[in-house]
Design a protein around this ligand. Sequence first.
Ligand code: AMP
Ligand code: ZN
Length: 114
Amino acid sequence: MDNCLFCKIVEGSIPSNKVYEDDRVLVFHDIQPAAPVHVLVIPKKHIASMNDVASEDFGLIGEMHRVAQEVAKKLGVAESGYRLINNCGPDSGQAVAHLHYHLIGGAKLGALVQ
Ligand code: AMP
Ligand code: ZN
């Protein structure tokens, strides 16, 4: 998609600090980490948000979860614990309209909603 930040990261026209890559999924460090471990798990395919996931994408979503599990181990938070968060739509604060999971950990995390 033209003008999509994360599509540009997939293409390589915007740099990223990659943690994992295969033909369908990319994981890179968040530019403004909210915790010691904060990476973004994205599909290479442009999907605007969770609302736009079609049944044909369900396998891809499963693959993103498999990759998140692998990356959590690689980054040393599988046992200590982590969150896998998707923001969808205005109330969530979704800023980038390309589906992504935040994988956050490496510290005791506070309550999600106060
Ligand atoms: P969200 O609010 O769920 O849409 O999250 C978007 C995330 O993308 C934020 O945590 C940003 O810090 C992160 N972000 C924005 N630009 C970049 C970038 N160029 N490289 C890595 N992460 C980014
Ligand atoms: Zn995109």
